[in-house]
Design a protein around this ligand. Sequence first.
Ligand code: C2E
Ligand code: CA
Ligand code: CA
Ligand code: CA
Length: 277
Amino acid sequence: KTEQSRIRYYVHGEDEAYLARLQMLEELKDAINNDDGELFFNYQPKLDLSENKVNKAEALIRWINKNGEFVNPEVFIGLAEQSGLIVTLTRWVITKVIEQLADWQTQGHIINVSINLSAQDIQHPDFVDFLLQQIALFKVSASQITLELTERDLVENEELVVERLTYLKSLDFDVSVDDYGIGQSSLSKLKRLPIDELKIDKSFIMKLDQSETDQDIVSSTIALGHKLGLRVVAEGVENKESLQLLREFDCNLVQGYFVSRPLKAKEFIDWYLSYEI
Ligand code: C2E
Ligand code: CA
Ligand code: CA
Ligand code: CA
């Protein structure tokens, strides 16, 4: 093959990938606008170790497209972030999750739900107004909502983000640092941020029982988190041994397949009602 035909082939491959992404983006827009069940949530319980109770969960978005195919959230969330559609998607997420909280509330269940945000969401001029408008509309309390942001999302445009989160915290929303440990922030940097919760990234937790290094990292992160007055959550708890270690390290909450997979709303409530041991 000549150099030229190889180049043409390469460009053609890139074009195809580009077109596939454009198509996925169009389908995602339709899924949001039509709101006919392609997009929904699974709720993963967060187990409180000291009280042995579950009244918190993380809302994780799911997309089964119109061809019945499961689309990985990492893929379509990434695409939504790159294209700016994330702001529209997150508004939809906020409305749906708050609607679910209101529904559970009428059934007598007061649940705190974590919502994943992107940097663009928290920096958007209308974010705070929109959130407050939705909780007022559905008569849900701010104390039932935890906002999850990664370290990177928190330090991008830091002054604005800190100001917004400080205000939201004063209204009783909780703020959580997601995927903690894989970014570059030191805990001393976190001290300056208005946060309530530290969520240790699952890459440190998944093999905790087999890795002494991970055990050292996790136990010292928990201890330092507590010194800073933060609640510490471990995500990705996949076995009993890791759960036992996290208990010994005094971790506040655990989340992972060993406790429960992310569940459909109805399954979550059934699980929650039967959990009390
Ligand atoms: P994340 O926020 O770090 O969510 C935790 C991910 O770990 C979820 O993947 C969850 O299903 C998975 N997980 C839970 N327990 C275990 C475990 O024991 N072992 C392992 N290996 N994994 C576990 P999922 O649902 O595929 O979501 C992937 C990412 O997509 C999330 O990572 C989050 O960054 C993003 N995402 C999900 N829902 C939303 C949303 O509504 N809005 C935004 N902006 N992002 C979302
Ligand atoms: Ca999260
Ligand atoms: Ca994220
Ligand atoms: Ca995470």
